[in-house]
Structure formats: structure tokens, C-alpha cells
Design a protein around this ligand. Structure first.
Ligand SMILES: [Zn+2]
Length: 137
């Protein structure tokens, strides 16, 4: 094995170790978390995904019974870590929705939903977001 081959193999191994847990997404694509982090100016944040079982989700709307579909984000402002917990494959609108919660933490659920739809339908989400005064978060 040549030196170049050795390092290529090592890199491949390292990449597979660091592989993101987000099921159904390939990095640096339009629907990727990285893309929406850049749209929402969240580069300082570490965004993680944690797949969980529906049996781990208890929803008081359903009488505290487990077994419900769930996507939600847990935000650590101090460490700038956002962890998206999900029971199913994440869709583009899930990513947008949860990252909007991170970016605009004072927004109501309704505002997040409205802007998730706007961004999800937009051909040019970058310029759509440029109307907001961006102070680094
Ligand atoms: Zn929400």
C-alpha cells in the first residue's frame, strides 16, 4: 500500500466514524443541515441529530401513551449546540422548522410554521432571509 493510499484509507475510516446520524441526508446539498445553517446564519452552532424510538416519546395530548411520531430540537445556548431528536427520517421542512426555532428563539410556534413554509417553497431562501437584521447568535 502506498503512502497516499494509506492516508486515503485512513480518511475514509475517519469519515465513517464521524458520519452524521441524520438519516436520509447527504451533506452540502440543498436539503442538508449545513445548507440551512448557512441560510439562517447558524454557522457558529453545532447541529446534531439523534434518532429515537417512538416508544421513547410520551405525548400528553394522547393521554401520556408512548408510541408517537416526534421531531423536536433541544437548544443549548451556552455551548451553541442544537440536537434534533426524531422518530422518523428528517425531511427538508423538519430541518428548516427546527433550525428556525434555534435562530429565532422568541418566535411563536405559528411564526416558525409560517416561515418554514415560506422558506420550504422559496427558490431563493438566502435572499428571503436577508430582510432580517442578522445579529450573530
Ligand atoms: Zn416547532
Amino acid at each position: 500500500m502506498s503512502v497516499g493510499e494509506y492516508f486515503r484509507k485512513r480518511m475514509e475510516n475517519d469519515l465513517s466514524l464521524n458520519k452524521n446520524d441524520c438519516v436520509g441526508f447527504v451533506p452540502i446539498q440543498r436539503d442538508s443541515i449545513e445548507y440551512w445553517q448557512s441560510v439562517l446564519d447558524l454557522w457558529a452552532w453545532k447541529v446534531m441529530c439523534t434518532p429515537i424510538s417512538e416508544m421513547q416519546v410520551i405525548d400528553d395530548l394522547y393521554g401520556d401513551l408512548p408510541g408517537h411520531e416526534f421531531v423536536g430540537v433541544v437548544i443549548d445556548d451556552r455551548l451553541k449546540i442544537a440536537n434534533i431528536y426524531h422518530t422518523r427520517h428528517l425531511r427538508k421542512d423538519d430541518i428548516i422548522h427546527e433550525l428556525l426555532h434555534v435562530r429565532f428563539q422568541t418566535w411563536t410556534e405559528e411564526e416558525v410554521v409560517v416561515w418554514t413554509n415560506k422558506l420550504n417553497d422559496s427558490e431563493d431562501p438566502m435572499s428571503l432571509m436577508s430582510q432580517f437584521e442578522f445579529t450573530p447568535v
